[in-house]
Design a protein around this ligand. Structure first.
Ligand SMILES: *[C@@H]1O[C@H](CO)[C@@H](O)[C@H](O)[C@H]1NC(C)=O
Length: 323
């Protein structure tokens, strides 16, 4: 774990009053490019091909010389962490993502399974003492100059988790009054997006807005989150939740819906499939996604458990476009 002191230095833990979302700075490469991997729905102590996916992430991470890794949530199965001392943290994270190229900062959101355990444990800075790569908050912003990332806590938006009776219990400490929490978050997100001058605007949440996988679209997000992303010219929405890889284009805007939720258990076999509008990729098995950004081009790639590229897509922007 030699490069950890470097990671601490490269991550500036200064929060400002720019909207209410906590902001962090992560520098792009000197040439202004930024490369990263996206994985979701992973923590199963290496089982269900988690270790195989991790191995391929290490190889691709090395080839692309990645800056960081994004986790789209459902970090620890089945029920999140029991507390900051839960050995699951090391068994499913530290001891699985061991490749040198993955010893970079990880930025994570919480998924619904994380809320079934001690959700606040995953947010606790003590975890960074155990593994310096870890940073998980409910909602926050990472500014990399070329791109700005807006992480959104989507679990509290989903009505089903608040139904009574419920087969699961959720740790809603820290949420307060649900409607107020959601309204504040959307307001803060909207103003942070509005003020952003980044070339690429990327929003990350656990639940899909659009998906043809098992869970399908998250109606609550279609209704409340999607209009904010479209109004503010967001380029990509990245999520997990459905244990598959997907790329879906939007009918109404340049927004691309990207599901990377295939970090371990997959092969659900009940997708609605390819016939739906705008589906560029649907893959039911394990894998992950890479993103390469520079001032003109974004390139996305999806990989399976063997590291084979399943789908490649790129998008260009004029060099001096006004936002
Ligand atoms: C692991 O990956 C291989 C190749 O895709 C697949 O055949 C196998 O079913 C996977 N195992 C599990 C437990 O999903």
């Amino acid at each position: 774990m030699a490069p950890l002191h470097y990671l601490f230095l490269s991550l500036c833990f200064v929060s400002c009053t720019f909207a209410q979302l906590k902001r962090f700075h992560h520098s792009s490469m000197e040439d202004g490019s930024l490369n990263f991997l996206v994985v979701g729905d992973w923590g199963r102590r290496g089982d269900y091909n988690q270790s195989d996916v991790a191995f391929q992430m290490g190889k691709i991470g090395n080839e692309l010389d990645i800056d960081f890794v994004l986790s789209t949530g459902d970090n620890f199965y089945d029920n999140g962490l029991t507390g900051v001392n839960d050995p699951t943290f090391e068994e499913s994270f530290t001891k699985v993502y061991t490749a040198t190229s993955l010893q970079k900062q990880w930025y994570s959101v919480l998924g619904n399974h994380d809320y079934r355990g001690d959700a606040e444990a995953q947010l606790d800075p003590i975890l960074r003492k155990i593994d310096g790569r870890w940073l998980c908050l409910r909602s926050f912003v990472i500014d990399t100059e070329i791109a700005e990332f807006f992480f959104v806590d989507t679990t509290p938006f989903v009505d089903q988790y608040f139904a009574i009776p419920n087969e699961h219990s959720y740790d809603w400490r820290g949420i307060g009054v649900r409607e107020k929490y959601m309204a504040n978050l959307l307001k803060d997100l909207d103003s942070a997006l509005r003020e952003s001058h980044a070339k690429w605007k990327i929003v990350v949440g656990h639940h899909a807005i659009r998906s043809v996988g098992h869970h399908g679209d998250t109606e609550e997000l279609v209704k409340r989150l999607l209009p904010i992303l479209e109004t503010n010219n967001v380029d990509f929405y990245m999520n997990g939740h459905d244990h598959c890889l997907e790329h879906i284009t939007s009918k109404n805007s340049p927004l691309q819906f990207l599901t990377s939720g295939a970090g371990s258990k997959a092969w659900r076999g009940d997708a609605k499939g390819w016939n739906e509008n705008g589906v560029q990729l649907f893959y039911d098995g394990q894998g992950f996604m890479s993103v390469q950004l520079n001032h003109m081009v974004a390139e996305l790639r999806f990989y399976n458990v063997f590291g084979r590229v399943l789908h490649k897509w790129h998008m260009s922007k004029p060099l001096h476009s006004a936002i």
